[in-house]
Ligand binder design. Structure first.
Ligand SMILES: CC(=O)SCCNC(=O)CCNC(=O)[C@H](O)C(C)(C)COP(=O)(O)OP(=O)(O)OC[C@H]1O[C@@H](n2cnc3c(N)ncnc32)[C@H](O)[C@@H]1OP(=O)(O)O
Ligand SMILES: CC(C)C(=O)C(=O)O
Length: 498
């Protein structure tokens, strides 16, 4: 297996994203987590850019042990001096310097010409070499740089001592076939290329960052510059998790990384939370839906054999399990599975079908069906077979009066009635219930939730009732929330009275 070096630039290119700025303490936290993840190089910042960024590079250098700490500079002496100073405490250090090589950059950014830029590139590498052994050179906008000129620059900087040469597709313009050809061209035309590692740094403006990075690797690049969750300037960078999992999934490529893939999900969540940058739900590997199956045919297939619809074991990226999301497109297999996970075993297909029909009606109204909804549906089923049934409930309540409730119960075929007052209609209803069921019961959890949005909505009630030291759960749903509350209490009682 060939080793691919993972160069993480979440703290530099990722942190350039508006709103994603981190303070030094947060950056140290991220750097330590990246070290745990197994990255080879951490690009910690651009020290000349601000005192805060300088300080972060210093502190990360002190905090991190084995990955190389890299600092970015322009091809400018002062930048290089400041970067070297910031890296003073790093055990393994690298300066990443460079200059734009495309005609756009040479003409408009620098008002210069190819020969002068080539000389500035070489001078920058030589200057950085005065401070550190490990110097990486970037040919900014290499994606749009003419290959013949790029090869001359790459050859010259390697001769000047560059240990790594970065070929960025800065604007995310390249097609994978063209980026592949560019890397191949360099390997075929640069004398001394074996003395340096060729690196990719692909942006995602056209959604091709990962494809381009992979094309580079398949043509000889052995370092990839990536970020967690693919964050970065504009549309972002190649995402670390995608490259790591592509190589883990396609062993035939014979290329390996040091990444401990089981740390990918926690790392992704840490970055998303610290940088206030939500991950799009369908993002490969780390999106909320990356391992969620929501349609009946897929769910049935996955429940029969995970690999029917999953190419990655969720455990390999640090998730406990995949998720079977119940929607109006789900089938009986998924519903039955969820019920059994929740402890409700539906053995009889006729019963399952009845619950399923109720489920479909609810799913058409409500986008997210959660576990409580499912339990409530199964509970409604159960209500009909319960020992204690609510026959009627009448409540009077209002402002400035004490609530009064009268209740009628059918207990194993016998009729009982009672009335009581209470502190509000629910309390009155439960007090009336307790006039008939004279047991020492305590209500703990009591949650009322609207299912959809209208005022005619179903109120869903979830309760926890303690009886003789044990907890019993009760569920119900009704457009009358007082009735739903009393029904939920009766549901809990039925669980210990039968
Ligand atoms: C592709 C990448 O470089 S990705 C990194 C991008 N990240 C950043 O830009 C964040 C950090 N940047 C900064 O803090 C500031 O831009 C600084 C400190 C670097 C420079 O600030 P200023 O001196 O005010 O310059 P300003 O940002 O306005 O313009 C950039 C200057 O750098 C020059 N420059 C840009 N890239 C390079 C380079 N690689 N090598 C040499 N000079 C460069 C530009 O031509 C311009 O010079 P000019 O003023 O003579 O025209
Ligand atoms: C500094 C370089 C590597 C960069 O960020 C780019 O070209 O996008």
């Amino acid at each position: 297996m060939d080793k691919l070096f993972i160069f993480d630039t979440t703290l530099r290119d990722g942190e350039q994203v508006p709103g994603c700025q981190l303070n030094t303490v947060e950056k140290i936290q991220v750097a330590k987590a990246l070290e745990g993840l197994g990255v080879d190089v951490i690009e910690a910042g651009f020290p000349i850019s601000s005192p805060g960024d300088f300080n972060s590079v210093v502190e990360i250098s002190k905090a991190v042990t084995w990955p190389t700490i890299c600092a970015l500079t322009r091809g400018v002496e002062k930048d290089i001096e400041v970067a070297a100073e910031a890296l003073k405490y790093a055990k393994n250090k690298r300066i990443h310097t460079g200059i734009g090589t495309s005609d756009y950059h040479i003409r408009y950014k620098f008002n210069s010409n190819q020969e002068e830029i080539l000389q500035r590139a070489v001078a920058a590498v030589k200057y950085a070499k005065r401070y550190v052994e490990d110097v990486e050179f970037y040919a900014e906008d290499a994606g749009r740089t003419d290959n013949e000129y790029l090869a001359r620059v790459v050859e010259a900087v390697i001769k000047a001592g560059a240990t790594v040469v970065n070929i960025p597709d800065t604007t995310g313009y390249c097609l994978p076939v063209d980026y592949a050809a560019k890397i191949k061209y360099l390997f075929e035309h640069v004398n001394g290329i074996q003395n340096a590692i060729i690196s990719t740094h692909c942006h995602n403006d056209l959604g091709m960052a990962t494809a381009n990075t992979l094309a580079g690797v398949m043509n000889g690049a052995r370092q990839v510059e990536v970020t967690i969750n693919g964050i970065g300037e504009r549309a972002g960078n190649t995402s670390l998790e995608e490259i790591a999992m592509i190589l883990k999934s396609h062993k035939e490529l014979l290329i390996d990384t040091n990444i401990n893939t089981q740390k990918i999900t926690p790392m992704s969540r840490m970055i998303s939370s610290l940088m206030n940058m939500p991950v799009q739900p369908n993002k490969a590997i780390v999106g909320r839906n990356a391992f969620a199956h929501s349609s009946g045919i897929h769910q049935d297939g996955v429940l029969k054999n995970r690999e029917s619809y999953e190419i990655i074991d969720p455990k390999d990226v640090g998730l406990d399990e995949n998720s079977i999301v119940l929607t109006a497109r789900s089938g009986r297999a998924a519903l039955k599975h969820r019920l059994s996970v929740l402890g409700v075993d539906v053995k009889d297909n006729e019963r399952l079908d009845e619950i399923y029909q109720e489920f479909l009606k609810l799913a058409d109204r409500k986008k997210d069906i959660n576990d409580n909804d499912i339990l409530m549906l199964a509970g409604k089923e159960r209500l009909e077979k319960q020992r204690i049934k609510l026959e009627y409930l009448q409540v009077t309540s209002g402002v400035g009066i004490r609530s009064v409730a009268s209740i009628g119960l059918n207990i194993a075929g016998e009729h009982f009635e009672a009335a009581a007052t209470g502190n509000g209609p629910v309390d009155a209803g439960i007090n009336a219930l307790k006039q008939i069921i004279k047991r020492k019961m305590t209500l703990h959890d009591f949650l009322i939730q609207a299912i959809t949005k209208g005022s005619d909505d179903v109120g869903k009630v979830h309760m926890q009732v303690e009886y003789e030291g044990n907890m019993y759960y009760g569920f119900s749903g009704n457009t009358d929330i007082v009735a739903a509350s009393v029904e939920a209490y009766i549901d809990a009682i039925n669980k210990f009275i039968q």
